[in-house]
Design a protein around this ligand. Structure first.
Ligand SMILES: NC(=O)c1ccc[n+]([C@@H]2O[C@H](COP(=O)([O-])OP(=O)(O)OC[C@H]3O[C@@H](n4cnc5c(N)ncnc54)[C@H](OP(=O)(O)O)[C@@H]3O)[C@@H](O)[C@H]2O)c1
Length: 298
């Protein structure tokens, strides 16, 4: 490996994650030696911004041969194809950043002697600026084919101000959890803010009005955790309010009724665990939700 105990790094795929990670690692003192993207201007532009001016490579192989550790930060579907196009040996180390697949995606590199790994930031990177802002404090799922390489990746996460999380084997449920917590939260807020149109208020304004509530809820989750962060009609056992919600949704936005009903059902055991409703209230809430399911609510 490169200078001291710190490996030199190369990146193949200069999109959101490739750009943000390479710049952040360069700022932490890692030497980025080569960058490649199928759009050469992206690699050249990034190389000119990094202090030590890494090589803007003309092929993925050039990156793998120049760097101690190669990051494959291409789109998920391209990872195996790009990895398979490179000649690997036991002097190479290579990682991908896809949270839904294990290191088996890099089997071909491992068969040729390379150490392989996965390095997944558990964070939503909507843009490069957001990625840089959100990386410190984030968990990073790490998997590696050797203990030495796993330690190298842990050290990198710690240098970024992240929290390393060792995962082994299938990571599909880990990724499904991340998608529910992040992408489907966005989807829920799309549905919630869309209801404001029925009040004569735009979705954008509705979203702005909801954001302090969302932030407060997230802060409650951080402060008191589950089940105590649950508030609202299910936590209070307020059957009448739940019935009115179901009736109004059936009339105005019937396509959202199923989502509301399903989430309300999952909220009932949380309220029971919090101790704010008893088994009788839970049964009454379930009965109202059953009516909505059979179309009796509207
Ligand atoms: N974005 C996130 O929130 C996030 C979070 C954690 C992990 N990740 C993971 O990070 C990795 C990169 O994601 P990203 O969001 O940075 O994607 P991205 O912004 O779309 O960047 C991917 C880059 O790879 C290039 N590329 C695609 N196919 C290629 C191929 N066959 N050969 C060479 N280059 C190719 C793309 O070029 P084109 O523009 O021409 O397609 C683009 O420059 C993925 O594994 C993803 O799962 C993403």
């Amino acid at each position: 490996m490169g200078q001291g105990s710190r490996p030199t790094l190369g990146f193949i795929g200069i999109g959101t994650v490739g750009t943000a990670l390479s710049e952040a690692l360069a700022q932490c003192g890692y030497r980025i030696v080569a960058l490649y993207d199928r759009h050469p201007d992206r690699a050249e532009a990034l190389a000119s911004r990094i202090a030590e001016h890494p090589m803007a490579a003309t092929s993925p192989q050039q990156v793998a041969d120049a760097a101690d550790v190669t990051f494959l930060t291409v789109s998920d579907d391209a990872i195996a194809t790009v990895a398979d196009s490179i000649h690997w040996s036991d002097r190479h180390c290579v990682v991908h950043c896809n949270g839904a697949t294990s290191i088996s995606l890099l089997q071909c590199a491992q068969n040729q002697g390379a150490a392989v790994g996965a390095f997944h930031p558990l964070q939503s990177f909507a843009s490069i600026a957001q990625a840089r802002k959100n990386m410190p404090g984030s968990a990073f799922a790490i998997e590696a084919s050797t203990p030495e390489f796993e330690q190298t990746l842990h050290t990198m996460v710690e240098a970024l101000g992240g929290v390393p999380l060792s995962l082994h084997g299938s990571t599909v449920l880990y990724h499904a959890s991340a998608v529910i917590a992040s992408n489907y939260l966005v989807t829920l807020l799309h549905l919630a803010s869309g209801l404001w149109r029925h009040l004569g208020i735009s979705q954008a304004e509705g979203l702005r009005a909801l954001m302090p509530l969302v932030r407060g809820t997230v802060e409650n989750l951080e402060a008191v955790g589950l089940p105590d962060a649950l508030t609202g009609p299910i936590a209070r056992g307020d059957v009448g309010t739940v019935r009115r919600h179901l009736e109004a949704l059936a009339e105005s936005e019937p396509q959202i009724l199923t989502v509301y009903e399903q989430l309300a059902r999952h909220a009932i055991p949380i309220a029971l665990a919090k101790g704010t409703i008893d088994a009788t209230a839970a049964k009454q809430l379930s009965a109202v939700l059953d009516e909505a399911n059979t179309g009796d609510a509207g």
